[in-house]
Design a protein around this ligand. Structure first.
Ligand code: KDG
Ligand code: MG
Length: 403
């Protein structure tokens, strides 16, 4: 069997998604997600101009060899654009392999290690009462774990307070990025009061997660971790900018609050120190931005040796194909921790027909052969790409800050 066609579709059914479609000489079709929020066309070009021509004529069964060919063959290694492009090829090839074998991808990865994948949803609020109301809705749906974010008083447009029915944080802005604001001192005083309010109302029988979104210095993060200890968070995420692995030595030295990091990281080298020095508890890299199933499972295997568990990024800007791929890996690995699940806004469901399911706080990828998501290209054509930027962030004095 040979790959006979490789094409990239950029569509916007509710938000922008980049999809790679591979066709084979046997008529089997595989799909992969290549969405990099706010930089979609860079990955589309990387694939169309530099990767797709190399795929034609290759044997789709040789997944690892193709991965090595694209990674080592580029010379310019790693980085979000290249690793997202390779991920899309990798997932599409696993999809093909599953369809040829007549098995869901998790069976090819060694089979299920658990009956379901615990997911966390996002409760947020413009103030604490609104957050509490939304939190109650998640509990009613059966969630066992919920991320909590609330607007910091005096800091307009805090990260994590959603627009559009809880599934988008970036205001729709096509000509230039929206500007958010930030002040760590106000946040550090406020964040523990949010945890206190949630524990007071709902008790300790549910996991609480929180995303700091790269905003603190190491010692500020240490202070936050310590202040939250009485409320027993499942984790605090991206407490400091993720690229500085050594920052986690400081945080770790001061708090027992579990630490998660990695949604902006792309390769095993980006988390090597974090894992081997046991500086984190959960690795947040996603299938889509980290070289696909083939590479992320190596990250998880390394993490397993050091007592670090998975906690993959699963925001709505990763397509349903990415979410399905994540669920297959989550189901199979021994050191699964938790999976983020933001869901997708309609009309995404018209374009991506998925077979994964949610019940009582757990998800399952389904048992159809391959990844289990059908991509409808005709439907995608009805929703053309819409240019969008992610926001930028400024401190109250006007200086730039991490978003
Ligand atoms: O595109 C950026 C989003 O995926 C990110 O801001 C969401 O931090 C995020 C999360 O934890 O889901
Ligand atoms: Mg995050």
């Amino acid at each position: 069997m040979k790959i006979t066609d490789a094409r990239v579709v950029v569509s916007s059914p509710g938000r922008n998604y980049v999809t790679l479609v591979l066709e084979t000489s046997d008529g089997v079709v595989g799909v992969g997600d290549a969405t990099l929020n706010g930089r979609e066309l860079a990955v589309a070009s990387y694939l169309r101009d530099h990767v797709c021509p190399l795929l034609i004529g290759r044997d789709p069964a040789r997944i690892e060899d193709t991965w090595q060919y694209l990674y080592k063959g580029a010379y310019w290694r790693r980085g979000p654009v290249g690793m997202t492009a390779i991920a899309a090829v990798d997932v599409a090839l696993w999809d093909v392999k599953g369809k040829v074998a007549g098995l869901p991808v998790y069976e090819l990865l060694g089979g299920a290690s658990r009956s379901g994948v615990m997911v966390y949803g996002h409760a947020d609020g413009h103030d604490v009462p609104e957050l509490l109301d939304r939190f109650a809705e998640y509990l009613e749906q059966g969630y066992k774990a919920v991320r909590i974010q609330a607007a910091v008083p005096g800091v307009a447009k805090t990260y994590g307070v959603s627009v559009h029915d809880g599934r988008i944080y970036e205001p729709a802005n096509s000509d230039r990025p929206e500007e958010g604001s930030w002040e760590s001192s106000a946040y550090l005083d406020f964040a523990p009061t949010v945890f206190e309010a949630v524990r007071e109302r709902f008790g300790f029988g549910v996991h609480l997660l929180h995303d700091v979104h790269h905003r603190l210095t190491p010692i500020e993060a240490a202070r936050l971790g310590r202040a939250l200890e009485p409320y027993r968070p499942f984790w605090i995420e991206d407490a400091t900018p993720a690229e500085d692995q050594s920052a986690f030595r400081t945080i770790r030295a001061h708090t027992t609050t579990p630490l998660a990091v990695g949604e902006v990281l792309n390769s095993i080298w980006d988390v090597q120190t974090l894992i081997t020095e046991r500086l984190i508890d959960y690795v947040r890299m996603s299938v889509s931005h980290s070289g696909g199933i083939s590479h992320l499972r190596k990250v998880y295997a390394l993490a397993e040796l050091f007592g670090v568990r998975s906690g993959a990024h699963g925001a709505g800007d990763l397509s349903p194909i990415a979410h399905a791929a994540a669920l297959h890996l989550d189901l199979a690995i021994p050191n699964f921790g938790i999976q983020e699940y933001m869901g997708h806004r309609d009309p995404a469901g018209e374009v991506f027909r998925s077979t994964y399911s949610f019940a009582d706080g757990y998800m399952h990828p389904g048992d159809v052969p391959g990844i289990g998501v059908e991509f409808d290209e005709a439907a995608a054509a009805r929703f053309p790409y819409e240019p969008r930027y992610l926001p930028v962030n400024r401190r109250l004095d006007g200086s730039m800050h991490d978003w």
